[in-house]
Design a protein around this ligand. Structure first.
Ligand code: F6P
Length: 324
């Protein structure tokens, strides 16, 4: 193997740069040329790339975002789009491909690998943590810490004004961020897409916990079936006479910021492991960490099998309800 292409794809996640650094440095040590394509599959289709050197990855381990840029590409889902990407990969004599991203990006990588007959390895990089075959995805830990820091601040004002706050966190399809940050921030309740939400029951629950009215936090995953924090706020207000409710949508701050030590380590280990896997002849696999041990899961399983948060954790929140 002489040249390995790499991209970051889909939503960015803190730690992607640490992973790019690890891939580039491992390649260079082994005499392989790492070719970084810009803006995910968009750059590949438009032949925008850089043969990466050590100086391209100096001082990036601590930076959020991705130095390669990223995109969600619709064109790459078409045969014509992939033909353009294959042409660029052939021109550049690429003989292996590493994709850092989420399951949509892995599906694309796998199809491309088959169409072009080059081996492909995926690395899970998304704050949502919703990839089968790994306990943790790159970026999830940092995003959780960002949420917890923000909720701590909201709790100050919630307590001062004796208000109930609904805080919306990211997670279009998955409740990992919501569930874990609800525990970490001592929330009164949490709403996640994996559990049917009942607003009447939520109101009852908050009333029972809120006799003193202050400082109650409800974490809402953006993909909850009852809607986001704004919708739930408008449904709750009529049921909560005598209480003051506000909502706050944390949004994209959750995707930014310097990666936590955990994410830097995970990203670095996964990057090194991905290069080694390609050199060991692996193909169509996604790197994962289970019980802190790295391993490979076939891409077809990683993209088709469901990854859901540990619903036992809901019981922890219930077990710690405020008794008034
Ligand atoms: O990165 C995953 C994710 O953060 C989802 O939780 C969220 O719904 C989505 O990305 C938002 O993506 P975009 O920035 O493309 O709107």
């Amino acid at each position: 193997m002489k040249k390995i292409a790499l991209i970051t794809s889909g939503g960015d996640a803190p730690g992607m740069n640490a992973c790019v650094r690890a891939i580039v440095k491992s390649c260079l040590v082994k005499g392989i040329v790492p070719v970084g394509y810009y803006d995910g599959y968009d750059g590949m289709m438009n032949n925008r790339f850089k043969e990466m050197k050590t100086e391209d990855v100096v001082n990036i381990i601590q930076r959020g975002g991705t130095v390669l840029g990223t995109a969600r590409s619709e064109e790459f889902k078409t045969v014509e789009g992939r033909k353009k990407a294959i042409e660029s990969l052939r021109q550049n004599e690429i003989d292996g491909f590493i994709c850092i991203g989420g399951d949509g990006s892995f599906t694309g990588a796998s199809i491309l690998g088959d169409e072009m007959s080059i081996p492909v390895i995926g690395i899970p990089g998304t704050i949502d943590n919703d990839i089968y075959g790994t306990d943790r995805t790159i970026g999830f830990d940092t995003a959780m810490n960002t949420v917890v820091t923000a909720v701590d601040k909201i709790k100050d004002t919630a307590g001062s004004h004796h208000r109930i706050f609904l805080v919306e966190v990211m997670g279009r399809d998955a409740g990992f961020i919501a569930l874990e940050t609800a525990i970490a921030s001592g929330a009164a309740s949490v709403l996640i897409p994996e559990e049917r939400s009942n607003i009447e029951l939520l109101a009852e629950d908050l009333r029972s916990q809120g006799k003193r009215r202050g400082n109650l936090i409800v974490i809402v995953a953006e993909g909850d079936d009852a809607g986001g924090a704004k919708e739930i706020h408008s449904k709750l207000v009529p049921l909560m006479e005598g209480y003051t409710l506000r909502y706050s949508i944390l949004g994209h701050i959750q995707r930014g910021g310097s990666p936590s030590a955990f994410d830097r380590i995970l990203a670095t280990r996964m990057g090194v492991y991905a290069v080694e896997s390609l050199l060991n002849g692996e193909n169509n696999m996604v790197v994962g960490s289970l019980g802190d041990k790295l391993h490979l899961t076939p891409i077809k399983d990683a993209v088709s099998k469901e990854s859901i948060p540990d619903l036992e954790h809901l019981k922890i929140i219930k077990a710690l309800k405020t008794v008034c």
